[in-house]
Design a protein around this ligand. Structure first.
Ligand code: ZN
Length: 138
């Protein structure tokens, strides 16, 4: 079971500024990196790729298949994987009922930033939806 999501403070700041720029809409990004199995299973994010929110909505997001494909190609070129999906919420940083449905289809790490509380939440679907620890590297 994945127990931790790790990313750099630079990537974190990048995601915060993308979220604020997109207001009042939700913004989204794909997280590239790798999964390491040590004493725990850790998802390490190395790149955050900004993608367009096709919904142009303040309550939902969707990503065009073409943008998804490009991210997968970029990941492959960098010998990385698409390890997570990021999006912003104008409310609390917890998965909405729509998010929960999509989390089951895309069982990668889901990172949510609240533009209201300015907090991050990291989640994954493995049998059920669980919160995972978020570790920020300086
Ligand atoms: Zn959401």
């Amino acid at each position: 079971m994945v127990s931790r999501l790790t990313l750099s403070s630079n990537n974190l700041k990048h995601l915060v500024s993308l979220s604020k720029e997109a207001l009042p809409m939700e913004c989204c990004a794909l997280l590239l990196g790798e999964t390491k199995v040590r004493n725990l299973i850790e998802v390490i994010v190395t790149d955050a790729i900004s993608v367009r929110n096709e919904d142009r909505s303040s309550a939902s997001f969707s990503i065009e298949p073409e943008e998804l494909l490009n991210a997968y190609r970029l990941a492959e070129a960098k010998k990385l994987q698409v390890v997570g999906i990021f999006h912003s919420h104008p409310s609390y940083p917890v998965p909405s009922s729509t998010d929960q449905r999509y989390m089951k289809i895309n069982p990668v790490a889901w990172l949510i930033y609240s533009t209201t509380t300015e907090e991050f939440g990291a989640f994954i679907f493995e049998d059920s939806i669980r919160q995972v620890e978020l570790q920020v590297m300086v």
